[in-house]
Design a protein around this ligand. Structure first.
Ligand code: ATP
Ligand code: MG
Length: 285
């Protein structure tokens, strides 16, 4: 199952008057069904705000966001979100955590026990897909960070959401675990057919995972540049060392520095250091 996302001139302002924060202005983007899009950009440029708006957790100040052509009016089962901090229920096992929400939904909607059983089959399939079979009966506190995040992803996938929204989901993991998670999430993308919108601070992660990269800029928050990733659909870790990968990484990092004002800060710092150097040279003479 998959879906398109149409962001149509979206605006988001927090507060009013001179204190207003323009978190997002004139955001326009069409995300194709089953596309894997990654978002990068300086802190505060509105990445999480935009993701929350796609999820329906945050309202728009102006414009609209449509899923399969239908403007969204709030959260829905067609969209699932994974955050950096995996909020698992500590008193439930891995399997129970994955099944829990689905079972609640199945009961509250007056479904039959057959629905619950079907959900259990899906949970078992996800446990296998995420490589969690050997810890299915363990509790979250007994798992590593990477495993806990796999449980959180499996739980998000339980209702077969056509859209998976991920906000720095691997930000708290070490480099090696992250590499494993990258290949795993690409596998999930292929197997589940979901459209994935993935926010990260890590440009390398954005290139390795994405088919397209959206670079956002702050003050006001906006979409600055779109990059097509010039890598084949099938990826492997060695590609991170190829000239085209490194060239794109350099280009994106440079643009983030420019749009965040960091480049100006660095230039000022360099000038300051040069002045201090000159003064030091004068005093030692
Ligand atoms: N609920 C809120 N109330 C007021 N301001 C907010 C709120 N949420 C976000 N903002 C502001 O909107 C701007 C964009 O925030 P957002 O969290 O979307 O940025 P981000 O790109 O995700 O940053 P980071 O990379 O640090 O996670 C920031 O200036 C932030 O302070
Ligand atoms: Mg954020």
């Amino acid at each position: 199952m998959t879906a398109s996302i149409d962001i149509r001139d979206a605006f988001k302002t927090f507060g009013h008057g001179p204190q207003a924060i323009h978190a997002l202005e004139h955001a326009k983007l069409a995300i194709r069904p089953n596309e894997f899009v990654t978002f990068v950009g300086a802190s505060g440029c509105g990445k999480s705000t935009l993701l929350r708006m796609i999820c329906g957790l945050e309202s728009l100040s102006r414009g609209s966001i449509a899923v399969n052509g239908q403007p969204i009016a709030g959260p829905g089962v067609d969209r699932a979100m994974v955050f950096q901090h995996y909020s698992l229920y500590p008193w439930l096992t891995v399997t129970q955590n994955i099944k829990f929400c689905r079972q609640l939904k199945a009961h509250t909607r007056d479904r039959t026990s057959a629905d619950v059983e079907k959900a259990a089959g899906r949970a078992d399939a996800l446990i296998r897909l995420m490589g969690l079979s050997h810890v299915a009966d363990a509790y979250p506190s007994q798992l590593s960070g990477g495993m806990q995040q796999r449980v959180a992803i499996a739980r998000a996938l339980m209702s077969r959401p056509p859209i998976l929204l991920m906000d720095e989901p691997f930000g708290a993991l070490d480099a090696q675990t992250r590499e494993v998670m990258h290949d795993l999430i690409r596998h999930v993308h292929r197997m589940e057919g979901s459209t994935i919108v993935f926010v990260t601070h890590d440009v390398e992660e954005a290139i390795y995972l994405g088919q397209r990269i959206v670079l956002m800029a702050p003050r006001p928050g906006r979409i600055d540049t779109l990059y097509d990733v010039p890598l084949p659909a099938e990826r492997h870790q060695d590609m991170k060392l190829t000239p085209e990968f490194l060239a794109l990484k350099r280009e994106i990092l440079e643009r983030i520095r420019e749009t965040s004002g960091m480049k100006t800060d660095l230039e000022q710092l360099a000038r300051l250091n040069a002045d201090v150097g000159a003064d030091a040279a004068l005093t030692t003479d």
